[in-house]
Design a protein around this ligand. Structure first.
Ligand code: HSE
Length: 313
């Protein structure tokens, strides 16, 4: 069945999980983006409304992730009609919470509904990546969990590369997003171009330990693996003020590990209960308050649904 108007929601995500640079991510309960998509007679894609971005997102459809992703899907199915998109950004930009992936996913999932759902969520990955690549390059560590929910290994950019991983029962998260924008391209440019063989062996071992810990549902081993990155987080720490202090406060509050969410600046702590996650979120917030840096803290869990269609008529 085809529709003329569809509304979708796409959740926040955090990528990397410490050592899984560009190959792992998870979806978060709570925050996300919403979009309403309608067909229009003319072939262009236009935005009738974009809210929640402080006027920062491009309105030009050639430069906007939501429009570029939707255009990729329209072209793939040979649809000549254009779209009117209303985009409601619930996610802060350049925050490490997968804002660009959510923009891509929310428009594509709504459009897929308009088209009568010819594609599964997994099959929508390539269209979403077209948009995500505009700001972040071709990697699916935010897009895949945003589409599917859960904790995802995505060792590649094809549908076949998506591998959901087990979610330990007591897996809670505390997040702190300081008001310090860290554009993804700056956070990628700062990374080393080469690593030694010794470092490569260490990183490979750490990723293997992380996956093994998830399968054994061992939060302590998971935390140790997440925090053992020797390449990406050490290079990016300078972009994130109070990173060390916030990690120390989170550990003091009982968190098993703290990693930088995606390209940052969100810090993400792994906790073994909702109470510890609440206490950890408060402890990290206090560190930033003391440094006169505003920020948003929250305790949450892994979202297991991914993007959803809210309404279609
Ligand atoms: N894996 C990406 C990075 C996520 O850390 O740069 C942000 O797009």
């Amino acid at each position: 069945m085809a529709f003329s108007r569809a509304e979708a929601f796409a959740p926040a995500t955090v990528a990397n999980l410490g050592v899984g640079f560009d190959i792992m991510g998870l979806a978060l309960q709570g925050m996300g983006d919403r979009a309403i998509v309608e067909f229009r007679g003319a072939p262009e894609i236009v935005f009738s409304d974009i809210r929640g971005d402080g006027g920062k997102l491009p309105r030009d459809p050639a430069l906007n992730i939501a429009a570029v992703s939707a255009r990729a899907l329209l072209e793939h199915v040979g649809e000549s009609r254009g779209l009117t998109i209303q985009l409601f950004k619930g996610l802060p930009l350049s925050s490490g919470l997968g804002s660009s992936a959510a923009s891509a996913v929310v428009s594509v999932v709504a459009l897929n509904k308009l088209l009568g759902e010819p594609f599964t969520r997994r099959q929508l990955l390539p269209f979403c990546l077209e948009g995500e690549a505009l700001v972040s390059g071709y990697h699916a560590d935010n897009v895949a969990p945003c589409l599917l929910g859960g904790i995802i290994l995505v060792a590649g950019t094809t549908v076949e590369a998506i591998q959901p991983l087990p979610i330990p029962d007591e897996f809670h998260l505390a997040l702190l997003t300081p008001d310090v924008p860290v554009p993804t391209d700056s956070a990628r440019k700062i990374l080393p171009r080469h690593v030694t063989l010794q470092t490569m062996i260490h990183q490979t071992g750490a990723v293997a330990k992380l996956v093994d810990a998830l399968h054994r549902r061992d939060l302590a081993a998971l935390g140790a693996a997440m925090e053992s990155d020797r390449v990406v987080e050490p290079a990016r720490a300078c972009l994130m003020p109070m990173h060390k202090e916030a990690r120390a406060a989170a550990r003091q509050a009982g968190a098993a590990a703290v990693f930088i969410g995606g390209a940052g600046p969100t810090l993400c702590a792994i906790c073994d209960s909702a109470q510890v996650a609440e206490a950890t979120a408060r402890a990290m917030q206090a560190v930033y308050q003391a440094a006169n840096i505003s920020g948003i803290s929250q305790a949450t869990c892994v979202d297991q649904c991914g993007a959803v269609v809210l309404k279609a008529d």
